[in-house]
Ligand binder design. Structure first.
Ligand code: ATP
Length: 307
């Protein structure tokens, strides 16, 4: 194994009672990068995260974490992981600092050292003044910051983050992003799932888009935007008489398009030339904007609602 690869998955496969949730995926996560999993509900992201943490048994393929085969090394690997699960699972009967102290016991961290780390992590997460507060009195943002502090108590160099900011207000999300970036600068490796495309763009060095248990695309956010959304998007209303005349006007331009509801989305590397050709159709106005990961996501996974 390349020593810079913290995770190596080959043909990773998971079946639940005959239902294939992850259908043989390959990826590597390098040291000190933030690697993201994007995908609609049911894509297999959490199953993959749970396999990486040894919580869910693998049905097929191989998985190495820290250079060790996961099979047979689950305990050793778990001891080196920091985990922020999708749902907060703080102990409501304990205070903020007690939650950290008790969690530190799972890693056999001596009490004095645990208290030193807890105080330092609470200070880092701007929670020191809440150290004796009951969990039930914390806001959603505070609970999430405490979950992150807890994940760092064993000084892990691989942090697994399953939707770390879901449901938080923009202030709380930005604070968590800032803290995660600090962790990355210190050389920690992160694996992240999120439904927020801006979160992935902010944090991820590389990411995959998954759907129905398969990886559809892998790359840096910019590579994916350039490859699948072609850099820029022009949006304009579909003319009442239909789009065919408008499409004729685009002859010779390098683009692709999609209609969703009453809007036409035209992706191209040269939005200015698209606009020049469409000027006479754009009486009702148009939007010309850089393409985003959200465009990539919708292109790859479609606009149909998932349940
Ligand atoms: P979400 O964005 O909703 O969290 P996800 O991408 O994390 O979705 P998973 O939770 O990994 O998706 O689920 C993948 C598929 O496996 C889904 O069809 C789900 O219903 C199924 N699944 C997940 N856990 C189990 C389980 N314990 N038993 C049976 N099926 C499961």
């Amino acid at each position: 194994m390349d020593s810079e690869n913290i995770i190596e998955a080959r043909g990773l496969y998971k079946e639940y009672s005959g239902y294939p949730a992850v259908k043989g995926i390959d990826f590597t996560v390098e040291r000190a990068e933030c690697f993201g999993f994007l995908g609609p509900n049911g894509a297999g992201k959490t199953t993959t995260m749970n396999m990486l943490q040894g919580y869910v048994a693998i049905t097929g393929g191989t998985l190495k974490v820290f250079g060790m085969d996961l099979k047979g090394n689950e305990r050793k690997i778990k001891a080196r992981l920091g985990v922020v699960p999708q749902e907060n699972n703080l102990d409501p009967d304990l205070s903020v600092i007690e939650n950290l102290r008790v969690y530190a016991r799972y890693f056999d961290i001596p009490k004095t050292e645990a208290m030193r780390r807890a105080a330092s992590l609470l200070s880092m997460m701007s929670l020191l003044d809440k150290k004796d507060e009951k969990i039930t009195r914390l806001s959603g943002g505070m609970k999430r910051r405490l979950m992150l502090a807890r994940a760092l108590i064993n000084d892990s160099d691989l942090i697994m983050l399953d939707e770390p900011t879901t449901g938080l207000d923009p202030q709380a999300r930005h604070l968590i992003w800032q803290k995660l970036k600090e962790q990355k600068r210190q050389g920690r490796t992160m694996v992240l799932t999120t439904h927020y495309m801006d979160e992935a763009e902010h944090l991820c060095d590389r990411l995959v888009v998954m759907d129905e248990g398969r990886i559809l695309a892998l790359g840096t956010p910019q590579e994916l935007v350039d490859k699948y959304a072609r850099g820029s998007v022009v949006e304009l209303p579909v003319p009442e008489e239909g789009e065919s005349e408008l499409i004729n006007a685009l002859a010779g331009a390098d683009y692709d398009y999609e209609i969703s509801g009453d809007t036409l989305f035209i992706n191209s590397a040269d939005g200015d030339s698209v606009i020049a050709r469409l000027a006479r159709f754009a009486k009702g106005g148009f939007v010309h904007r850089p393409a985003t990961l959200e465009d990539v996501f919708l292109k790859l996974t479609g606009r149909e609602l998932r349940e």
